[in-house]
Every structure is written in structure tokens, then in C-alpha cells.
Design a protein around this ligand. Structure first.
Ligand code: GRF
Length: 194
């Protein structure tokens, strides 16, 4: 059986990591088994580390505070990924700006809580909520050297209606937990069609 390995990078709560572990890890799609082979987190206190343990998975903590610049941190992350045969790296709530040390070497996708190219950056949920937009949404895109700007792979939108900020945020997360696993599966099963 063909096995494809993914690395997941996260920074905090890890609810999207959990969705990947529940819906993708160890499962077979079109004859391809997808394994989460590596977890990297830059924050030693991230709740996601505990979530992963419940699935029997350990997380490699690479604390960005231990490095004097972004490039050195990125080099450590790239080297760790290089120790494994990783087919796709997934940024699931990984809240670090990446340099070309990473983006030139790693094939990665990123999850972003807005309809890109609108509302790039770390405050997309608030920025989109407080905008005039009557729809919100979620994007998955290829990682490039420019923040939140690589080619868009998948998007899903929803109507504002009368949502409060809390409801807006909950709706985004609900969509994320479906869209990211679905996109990972599509990428890894499509590649083998070729
Ligand atoms: C998600 O909303 C993601 O789009 C953003 O950070 C959040 C991470 O949530 N980049 P979690 O850690 O997966 O719960």
C-alpha cells in the first residue's frame, strides 16, 4: 500500500490538528494511507501538544525564543522535517512568519481564517468580522515567501446574517475543521493519479 506522510506544524490550541488526527491520520483514501509522521510546535505550552498525546503522538518542540533570528529558527524546522520522508507539510494554526529558508525548501499548505486575499495576517477573524463584508470564510493556500499570499487551493464562505463575533469565530473554526482535512486528502490522493 502507498503511504503518504504529513508533518503538521501548530502553535496553540491545536483544534485543527485534532481534526486532522481524527479525520485523516492512519486512514486510507483511494488506496493511499495518510500518516501524521511528524508534529512540530514552536510553543512549549501549546494545548495541541496534549491533544496529540491522546492520539499517542509526541510533538517536537522547537521554541522560536531559543533562536536569535527567524532564519535560524526556520533552519531548525527545515532540518527536523528533513529527517523524515514527508510528502506534505501542513501549517495548522502555526503563528510564525516564515522566511525563504523554509518557503524555498518545504512544500507546505497553510490554513487561514478569511477569504484570501482579503484580511491577511494574524487578526483575520476580527478584521473580517468588523469589515463591511456580508460573508466570511476560510482559505487553504500553498505557502510562498509572502505571508498568506501563495496560490489558493480551497475556500469556503458563509453568510454574515446576524452573527456575533463569537458566532463568527465558531463558524470559521467549524468550516476549518472540515476544509483542511478535505484539502489534505485531495492533494495527496490527486498527486498519485498523475
Ligand atoms: C485557526 O483559526 C487558523 O486559521 C489560524 O489559527 C487558528 C488556529 O486554531 N491560523 P487551532 O490552534 O487549530 O485551534
Amino acid at each position: 500500500m502507498v503511504v503518504k506522510n504529513i508533518a503538521v506544524l501548530f502553535s496553540g490550541s491545536g483544534s485543527n490538528l485534532q481534526a486532522i488526527l481524527e479525520k485523516v491520520h492512519g486512514k486510507i483514501f483511494k488506496g493511499i494511507k495518510i500518516n501524521v509522521a511528524l508534529l512540530i510546535c514552536n510553543n512549549p505550552d501549546a494545548k495541541g501538544i496534549e491533544r496529540a498525546k491522546k492520539f499517542g503522538l509526541e510533538t517536537v518542540v522547537i521554541n522560536h525564543k531559543d533562536f536569535s533570528n527567524r532564519e535560524e529558527f526556520d533552519r531548525a524546522v527545515v532540518d527536523e522535517i528533513g529527517k523524515f520522508k514527508i510528502d506534505l507539510t501542513v501549517l495548522a494554526g502555526f503563528m510564525r512568519i516564515l522566511t525563504p529558508v523554509f518557503t524555498d525548501n518545504i512544500k507546505a499548505i497553510n490554513l487561514h481564517p478569511s477569504i484570501l486575499p482579503l484580511f491577511k495576517g494574524a487578526h483575520a477573524i476580527n478584521d473580517s468580522f468588523y469589515s463591511d463584508m456580508q460573508v466570511g470564510g476560510v482559505s487553504v493556500h500553498w505557502v510562498s515567501s509572502e505571508l498568506d499570499s501563495g496560490q489558493i487551493i480551497a475556500q469556503k464562505t458563509f453568510a454574515r446574517k446576524d452573527k456575533t463575533l463569537k458566532e463568527w469565530e465558531e463558524k470559521i473554526h467549524k468550516i476549518e475543521h472540515k476544509l483542511l482535512p478535505k484539502t489534505i486528502i485531495e492533494i495527496l490522493t490527486k498527486e498519485s493519479d498523475a
